[in-house]
Design a protein around this ligand. Structure first.
Ligand code: PLP
Length: 395
């Protein structure tokens, strides 16, 4: 059996998204900036896509900027809010320790440019509180950026409450909603979200397509300079096939959101119950306040990388930490922020489901995983020490 359980890393393009993209390659291939009819047909497609994203987020079309993905949207959001703050002499930014690297590394760059960054600690349940945000805001704070749902442990943050705190304090609130978009309800008005990033390939759209929502009145600064596309704020001929595919995927994901969550939640909970029944294991992040398809567990005494290779040999595609960090030997910054010791963080497994998974696949995962964990522990010198009592169990 082949099981793809790494949907937090990327997803398959849906039939609906693919169907929306295909005409844009050979029929509607004009440049939207051209004045002729083929160009104008492409411009209409672009306007339709912008309209779909705006409607589904409860925003206005002119508040939607297309980018090359979630990373670029995050970079542009942070740089824009920082530039606005600097003009008012406000150079303090509040964020969290478990953001995606697209946020954390942009904040590192801004810190080198003279901004001061406060990163909030992550409580044991993986949910930061609005009180933490409120306590961190200062008179010179220009931006709060807190992710909507974490990409590794799936925990969902109290976005409405954080939005309220920021609104009261008069601070711009950005949220990296890349994992939440298409999976959780988002209303930028009701949630007081000033800026938001999303990425099409996390909800069955194509890779290389992102959206930056910025509330009217918040000026964007360019990350990519050149032509006057995207109201002069993001240069480069628009990726019309990608944008149309992304919009179709978002429309579909939003329309099916409740149905998908109702299907995935019991599968997720069955996996969590089965995996945490393995001795010396622990679930990462709150059991309920998490994305419907996210499971993240640490097993003591094993290496996540070995686990992934053995799972792959059984046809199961999973992840340990995020795809970006699994190329390195550093344990996940998210699990460390959650308070997991290094040794424990190394033994992590993330299974992220989509509505394309089946109940049979979940049973298959549960039928092979306990044996793989036992096998890895049997050959591990560390596990030997733990079992002999020469080293204390941490889990
Ligand atoms: C995937 C992801 C990103 C990056 O999006 P890309 O489109 O791959 O650049 C940013 N933030 C989060 C939370 C993500 O999961």
């Amino acid at each position: 059996m082949r099981v793809y359980a790494d949907n937090a890393a990327t997803t398959a393009v849906s039939q609906t998204a693919l169907a929306a993209m295909l005409p844009c390659f050979q029929e509607i291939y004009g440049n939207p900036s051209s004045l002729h009819s083929p160009g104008q047909r492409a411009a209409e497609k672009l306007a339709e896509a912008r309209e779909i994203f705006a409607r589904r987020l409860n925003a206005e079309p002119r508040e939607i900027t297309f980018t090359s993905g979630g990373s670029e949207a995050d970079n542009q959001a942070l740089r824009s809010a920082a530039a606005l703050g600097a003009r008012k002499g406000k150079k303090h930014i509040v964020s969290t320790k478990f953001e995606h690297h697209a946020i954390l590394h942009t904040l590192d760059a801004l810190a080198k440019e003279g901004f001061e960054v406060t990163l909030l600690d992550i409580p044991p349940d993986g949910v930061v509180t609005a009180e933490q945000v409120k306590a961190a805001i200062r008179p010179d704070t220009c931006l709060v950026t807190v992710m909507f749902a974490n990409n590794e442990i799936g925990t969902i943050q109290p976005i409405i409450e954080i939005g309220e705190v920021c609104r009261e304090a008069g601070v711009i609130f950005h949220t990296d909603a890349v994992q939440a978009a298409g999976h959780l309800p988002i209303d930028v008005q009701a949630m007081h979200i000033d800026m938001l990033s999303l990425s099409a390939h996390k909800f069955h759209g194509p890779k290389g397509v992102g959206v930056l929502y910025a509330r009217r009145g918040i000026p964007l600064v360019n990350v990519i300079y050149g032509g006057a596309q995207e109201r002069g704020k993001r240069a480069g001929t628009e990726n019309i096939p990608g944008i149309c595919g992304g919009a179709a995927a978002f429309d579909e994901a939003c329309a099916n959101m409740e149905k998908n969550a109702a299907f995935l939640t019991p599968l997720r909970d069955k996996l969590i119950a089965g995996l945490t029944a393995i001795p010396h294991s622990i679930l990462n992040g709150d059991a309920k306040r998490r994305l419907p398809g996210n499971v993240n567990v640490c097993f003591e005494g094993i290496e996540g990388e070995s686990l992934l290779l053995l799972l792959d040999a059984k046809g199961i595609a999973a992840s340990s930490g995020s795809a970006c960090t699994s190329g390195s030997l550093d344990p996940s910054h998210v699990l460390l922020a959650l308070g997991r010791p290094h040794e424990v963080a190394h033994g992590s497994l993330r299974l992220s489901l989509s509505e394309y998974n089946t109940a049979e696949e979940i049973d298959y995962i549960l039928s092979v995983l306990p044996d793989i964990v036992s096998y890895l522990r049997d050959i591990s010198p560390v596990w030997d020490e733990l079992e002999q009592g020469r080293r204390p169990h941490l889990l």
